[in-house]
Design a binder for this molecule. Structure first.
Ligand SMILES: [Zn+2]
Ligand SMILES: [Zn+2]
Length: 320
């Protein structure tokens, strides 16, 4: 039996010719039989790659031979390459799609003007030292708001974001201006979003911005559920959610019956990728797990029982 591994990594560094790097990475992965997703931009590289252990080792070694990628940190995890249906290597304007490629500046050291990196224990030190001065540190969630429904740092600010692009509108809305002279720690799943987010915040006048190094993943490894984190972590694979220990709180609520749950379920309609929280019982009722947009579409079809006057009344009652 062959052993499989997955590596997750990112590196911010100036790339003069992303297309050439793409071709090199594509060839390298194909030769080694690796699968996964790699994004390359003028700002660097971000990838999740899986395959046979020795092939992944070779991949890591080879990738690090390229000057700008020297010193890249690879996070190893157990897992099958089968988690990825194929190999996708793409050139994009940004590694994380905030929609503002021109506002991100990188040099060989990484993003220019980003927040100070704090390791998990340094976050605790910061919170304690600020508290002794009578100041509370604010945790700022750098993920999509949905993810924070099942887990977040205690008292965290969760911006109203459906996609990464929404952060720009949120930051420019003035909603968070009261934090501009406050200590703010940005956090996200693995740390890459906060590399960019913290720089965008500093650029907009937030004076004291930190970022959680290695993200929630590394924090959870260090403190599980005995620190400042609460709940479960949303993850981008088949599991959808994970807990750091059996003490993890369940923060999420079923959208149908309000029972405690951490489980996201896809909309019942095929091809719709809307995710909502449902408890175990409600998750088995297709009508219930159909999202609002798909329900409206279905009801608009001729012959649907909710057509006409009765349908209107029903809908009014449902939205009351
Ligand atoms: Zn329920
Ligand atoms: Zn839907």
């Amino acid at each position: 039996m062959t052993e499989s591994r997955i590596v997750l990594y990112y590196k911010f560094a100036p790339i003069k010719d992303p297309e050439a790097v793409k071709l090199w990475q594509q060839t390298l992965c194909r030769e080694l039989g690796l699968k996964g997703r790699i994004i390359i931009s003028e700002h660097g590289i971000n990838g999740t790659v899986g395959g046979e252990l020795s092939a992944v080792k070779t991949y890591v070694k080879q990738t690090r031979t390229y000057g700008p990628f020297r010193g890249t940190e690879f996070k190893w995890s157990a897992g099958e390459a089968e988690q990825f249906p194929r190999l996708s290597v793409k050139v994009r304007p940004e590694l994380v799609a905030f929609g503002v490629p021109d506002q991100v500046k990188v040099d060989a050291e990484g993003i220019i003007g980003g927040g100070e990196h704090l390791k998990p224990e340094q976050v605790h030190q910061l919170v304690d030292s600020k508290r002794s001065e009578g100041v509370e540190v604010t945790f700022f969630d750098g993920r999509n708001a949905m993810e924070a429904q099942i887990g977040r740092f205690k008292n965290a600010v969760v911006p109203e974001t459906e996609t990464t692009r929404d952060f720009i509108t949120e930051l420019d809305s003035g909603k968070y201006d009261h934090l501009k002279d406050q200590p703010v720690v940005t956090y996200c799943t693995g740390g890459i979003r906060c590399e960019v987010l913290s720089a965008l915040m500093k650029d907009r006048g937030f004076e004291e911005v930190y970022q959680l190094d290695g993200g929630i993943v590394r924090y959870g490894e260090a403190y599980q559920d005995s620190g400042l984190w609460e709940g479960e972590l949303y993850v981008f694979d088949g599991r959808m959610n994970m807990r750091f220990s059996d003490d993890a709180k369940t923060l999420g609520e079923c959208v149908n019956c309000a029972a405690a749950t951490s489980r996201f379920h896809n909309c019942a309609d095929r091809g719709c990728s809307t995710l909502k929280l449902y408890c175990e019982d409600c998750s088995h009722i297709p009508v219930t797990t159909r999202c609002a947009a798909c329900t409206a579409r279905a009801e608009a079809e001729p012959g649907h029982p909710n057509q006409g006057h009765l349908g209107k009344v029903r809908r009014r009652l449902a939205s009351a």
